[in-house]
Structure formats: structure tokens, C-alpha cells
Design a protein around this ligand. Structure first.
Ligand SMILES: N[C@@H](CCC(=O)N[C@@H](CS)C(=O)NCC(=O)O)C(=O)O
Length: 413
């Protein structure tokens, strides 16, 4: 008799048990007509999992909740499972990576992604902690995977199954190629795993996120209710649900920048020239930039951090700029930027140069990226040679810049 898994069909936590079942030849079926938010709120379901969360596995001996526990049960239900490795130490390492994938990978992805989807309040500082934590964990994972195909031993274990499911959630919804390319062994590992037949059968074709989801607008502040009428707030946080369990997304309206008259400047050509120029930068890249630049289709902007005196610690300043560039990911198609961290002693100055499609700073960038208001923005007047030279110097990372050495120069492209 098949074990019954209560969950929608696109839930990455349910995938863990379904993939384990494929490897072990165990029969697991998804509960028929499961409806997220309805089926998991019935009294029968609450008896199986008091939190009303999915997945839940119904077995002949009772129900099990928590996806890792469910996956372990499935893997163990066929006697000598290969999914736990071949020795006691392998077993410990399988457990180690399962815990790591839940706390260090999934936990940090959730901290970054869920507030953006409106499941919890969006707090920029907490997002930065999530991103930094995720980078640290992916860095460690990357180092481990530099010399091994699987997390433990020489074949797939339950550690690979849980890790891949948690990474899947990140790759599909949040982590763009620009972000993951810093972790090439993790990339290679992830794509190898999801293309294995037992994974592919459950997860299907995987497509990497093209942009970090924009932060959802906050609901308008409700009017203060009179004391007598105090009710539960209407905008209770949404329960966290998985990708495919949400309503099908409505077709996205076109970005207004796509409706602008065509420009002779092809942003990708400029970005390619910038990246590929290794010598004679001034003669090749800078000259090429001004040859390509279309002042009707694009505009240039200087930005100057408003609170320079607060930049007293170098790595905090660098992280702040790094976080800003991460959040600008949503306008990669329409922008190029250079951010300079100036000076070798505190306080460091943060100044930048941005190229945007259109004549204004795009509204969706102003609305979505909170860092924008931390900078003073000045449109570049390219008829002024001094301003033009400042643009060239910023693109080139020319030192000294305004009399000082550069601590760092970061490029957004
Ligand atoms: N740690 C749990 C997480 C379960 C979980 O958060 N499930 C989400 C769907 S992915 C859910 O049921 N959310 C509904 C709710 O929060 O009420 C596991 O691994 O099973």
C-alpha cells in the first residue's frame, strides 16, 4: 500500500520524500484533491500536524510531519537504504549536511525571500544579515564541493536530496546567475543533481530566477479603529507557502522602459566592452563608451552618500555598498553603475555613477530599492567637460579620485 503525502504538487519540502521514494523504490502518493490553505486547515489534518503545515505523511502506524523526518522515514522503510551512506561516520555526515541545508541554507534563503513575498515584514537590515549568512554558507558548501561530486561518499544520499530541494527553492525564486556564479562548485552540483532522472521525475525542468523578486508594497496604514471596534488586523502575515502552491501569477505588465523609443545604444554591448577591456582602458573602453552613449535614450547620474560620516568601519561600508548593488538586481536590464569607496582611512566616502535607460531614474527603482534615498542624486550634464571627465574617471576607477586612493570600486553590470 502506498504512503500518502499531504501536500500540493510543487512543494520543495514534499519533493524530499518523493525523491527519496524514487531512489528506494517506496510507493508514495500525493493526497488527492489537496488544496493548500483548505485541506491543511481541517480538524482531521490538524490531528496529524497541530501546526496545520505541510507536508504530512500518513503511514499505517500514524502520521509524521516535518519534511526531513518524513524523508528519513521513507528512506528507512526499505531496509538497507543506500541513502544514509555506508558507515557510522557517513551517517553522521549525512545528518550534518541535512541540518546544514535546513538551518544555514534554507534559513537564510527564507530570511531574504519571504519578506520580499510579503510573508513577513521587510526589514532591510535583516535582509542583509540573510544575504551575508547565505553567502557564508554557500562559500563553505562551495569549498566542500570543489573536490567531491556528492556531499557524502560516492553516490546520492539523503543529504544531497534535502540540500538540492532547499537550493532549488533558492535557484528558482531568488538566486540569479550573477549571485550564484560566485559559487561555481555549488552551481555545478545543483545542476548535476536536478538533472539526475530520480530528481527530474519529481522536480521537473528547473529554470534559474532572472531577478530577485521586488519587495511587495506595504498595505496602506489602516485607520485607527475606535476602542470598541478593535478587531484582528486584516493584514495578518500570509502563511508561508511554496512556489507552486501560490495562485498562478498574473501576466506581468510591460516595464515602461521597454516602451521608450528604441535607442542606438545597446547596453549589453557596452557591458561586454567594459568587461573585456583589459588594457588601454581609457583608449578602448572609455572612448567606446562615449562613442556608444545615446543621451536621448539614456541618462547619467552621480550619487553621493548622504551620511558619509557614518562610514567609519571599512567592511561595514563595503557590505553596505554590496547590499545596494544586490538590491539593484531588478534593473540590470536597464542600468550600469560604478560605486567607489574612497579613502584609506575612515570616514570613507561612497560615491557612484549610474547609467539608466530613459531621462529619469526609473520609478520602479526609486520605489523598490530603499538605498536610493540614502544618496543625493545629480544628473550629469555632459556638455560640461569637467563632469564628463568625472564620469570617465569613475568608470575607469582612476586614482587618486578627488585627491584620495580608492578602498574599492564595485561595478554593477
Ligand atoms: N519545517 C517544516 C516547514 C513546513 C512549512 O513551513 N510548510 C509551509 C509550506 S512550504 C506551510 O505549510 N505553510 C502554511 C502555514 O504556515 O500555515 C518542514 O520542513 O516540513
Amino acid at each position: 500500500m502506498a504512503l500518502v503525502l499531504h501536500s500540493g504538487s510543487g512543494n520543495k519540502n514534499a519533493f524530499k520524500a518523493l525523491i527519496a521514494a524514487e531512489f528506494c523504490g517506496v510507493k508514495v502518493e500525493l493526497a488527492k484533491n489537496f488544496e493548500m490553505g483548505v485541506s491543511n486547515k481541517t480538524p482531521e489534518f490538524i490531528k496529524m500536524n497541530p501546526l496545520g503545515k505541510v507536508p504530512v505523511l500518513e503511514t499505517p502506524d500514524g502520521a509524521v510531519f516535518e519534511s526531513n523526518a518524513i524523508a528519513r522515514y521513507v528512506a528507512r522503510s526499505k531496509g538497507d537504504s543506500p541513502l544514509f551512506g555506508g558507515s557510522l561516520i557517513d551517517y553522521a555526515h549525512v545528518e550534518q549536511w541535512m541540518d546544514f541545508s535546513a538551518t544555514e541554507i534554507d534559513g537564510n534563503i527564507a530570511r531574504w525571500l519571504y519578506p520580499r513575498l510579503g510573508y513577513m515584514p521587510y526589514v532591510p537590515a535583516s535582509e542583509e544579515i540573510g544575504i551575508a549568512g547565505l553567502k557564508r554558507s554557500l562559500g563553505a558548501l562551495n569549498t566542500h564541493l570543489a573536490s567531491t561530486t556528492f556531499l557524502v561518499g560516492h553516490s546520492v544520499t539523503l543529504a544531497d536530496i534535502t540540500m538540492t530541494c532547499n537550493l532549488y527553492h533558492g535557484f528558482a525564486r531568488l538566486l540569479t546567475k550573477t549571485f550564484t556564479s560566485e559559487f561555481p562548485h555549488v552551481e555545478r552540483y545543483f545542476w548535476t543533481m536536478v538533472n539526475q532522472p530520480n530528481f527530474k521525475k519529481v522536480i521537473g525542468e528547473v529554470k534559474q530566477a532572472e531577478a530577485v523578486p521586488p519587495v511587495q508594497k506595504k498595505p496602506a496604514p489602516a485607520k485607527e479603529p475606535k476602542a470598541k471596534e478593535v478587531k484582528a488586523p486584516k493584514e495578518a502575515p500570509k502563511p508561508v507557502v511554496d512556489a507552486a502552491e501560490e495562485e498562478a501569477p498574473k501576466p506581468k505588465p510591460k516595464n515602461p522602459l521597454d516602451l521608450l523609443p528604441p535607442s542606438k545604444m545597446v547596453l549589453d554591448d557596452w557591458k561586454r566592452l567594459y568587461s573585456n577591456t583589459k588594457t588601454n582602458f581609457r583608449e578602448v573602453a572609455i572612448k567606446g563608451f562615449w562613442d556608444m552613449y545615446d543621451p536621448e535614450g539614456y541618462s547619467l547620474w552621480f550619487c553621493d552618500y548622504k551620511y558619509q560620516d557614518e562610514n567609519t568601519v571599512s567592511y561595514v561600508t563595503l557590505n553596505k555598498v554590496g547590499g545596494f548593488l544586490q538590491r539593484m538586481d531588478l534593473c540590470r536590464k536597464y542600468a550600469f553603475g560604478k560605486m567607489l569607496v574612497i579613502g584609506t582611512e575612515a570616514p570613507f566616502k561612497v560615491k557612484g555613477l549610474w547609467l539608466f535607460r530613459g531621462q529619469d531614474i526609473p520609478k520602479f527603482v526609486m520605489d523598490e530599492v530603499y538605498d536610493m534615498e540614502l544618496y543625493e542624486w545629480t544628473k550629469v550634464d555632459i556638455s560640461d567637460e569637467a563632469q564628463k571627465e568625472r564620469v570617465s574617471a569613475m568608470i575607469e576607477d582612476l586614482e587618486p579620485f578627488e585627491g584620495q586612493a580608492l578602498l574599492d570600486a564595485k561595478c554593477f553590470k
